[in-house]
Write a protein that binds this ligand. Structure first.
Ligand SMILES: C[S@@+](CC[C@H](N)C(=O)[O-])C[C@H]1O[C@@H](n2cnc3c(N)ncnc32)[C@H](O)[C@@H]1O
Length: 210
């Protein structure tokens, strides 16, 4: 499952380049999915939330003020943008850390819930990241994933395979298959819905059964 073609240094380089323009390109078109993802989390007061690959922090305004949020990302440049938002919004409940989501520096069961939006196909080791999310979320906690996976339509899926080498160079995988990944990590979504433009992204909510 580790894709040798998408490496950590490639991801870091890509997102260092994207960081100044990321919000301009990805804010509006991905917003409906973000709203649905935060709703799927159903955060309770004082919940400890982990956001994996938080990027420039476009989800930050959507969190309720009384949760305790930790955001991690491989790219310090993306996190600098998230830090600017934290200051602009005056958020005192958010901690950011540069960290590889496939080798997290957290204890087992440290969080109540975890979220990853538009991340799983942008990491070198999707299975490793999901395993780590399962490890750091408490038993019975919630894991919400919002991602583009390989289409089940033969035509679209073939197109995604064809453009995959180009997309990998740009920093994400266009044809990551969803079912084998969820099976390998042992996650069975209790909610699975299509979101965003052309229903091209999948929102999954899973209970972390350990
Ligand atoms: C497409 S962006 C999504 C950012 C944000 N989640 C959003 O919703 O806009 C993917 C993010 O995943 C981060 N990323 C990629 N591989 C990672 C890893 N192994 N550990 C942590 N973050 C990673 C990238 O640096 C980038 O910020």
């Amino acid at each position: 499952m580790v894709d040798a073609a998408l490496e950590k240094r490639q991801v870091k380089r890509a997102y260092a380049l994207y960081s100044p323009i990321y919000d301009f390109i990805f804010d509006r078109i991905f917003h409906p999915g973000r709203v649905a993802a935060l709703k799927a989390l159903d955060i309770q007061p004082d919940d400890r939330i982990l956001e994996v690959g938080i990027g420039t922090g476009l989800n930050l305004p959507l969190y309720p003020p009384r949760c305790r949020l930790t955001g991690i990302d491989l790219s310090d440049k993306m996190l600098e943008k998230a830090q600017e938002k934290i200051e602009e919004l005056g958020l005192g409940n958010v901690t950011l850390k540069v960290m590889d989501a496939s080798a997290m520096d957290f204890a087992d069961n440290e969080f109540d819930q975890a979220l990853a939006t538009y991340v799983i196909s942008a990491v070198p080791d999707p299975l490793g990241v999901l395993r780590e999310m399962r490890r750091v979320v408490k038993p019975g906690g919630t894991i919400v994933i919002l991602n583009h996976f390989r289409s089940q339509s033969r035509l679209v899926g073939t197109f995604e395979d064809l453009v995959s080498p180009l997309c990998t160079r740009l920093g994400w995988k266009s044809n990551l298959p969803m079912e084998p990944l969820l099976k390998d990590v042992g996650l069975a979504p209790e909610l699975s819905m299509k979101v965003n433009l052309l229903n091209g992204w999948r929102l999954l909510r899973c209970v972390n059964r350990k």
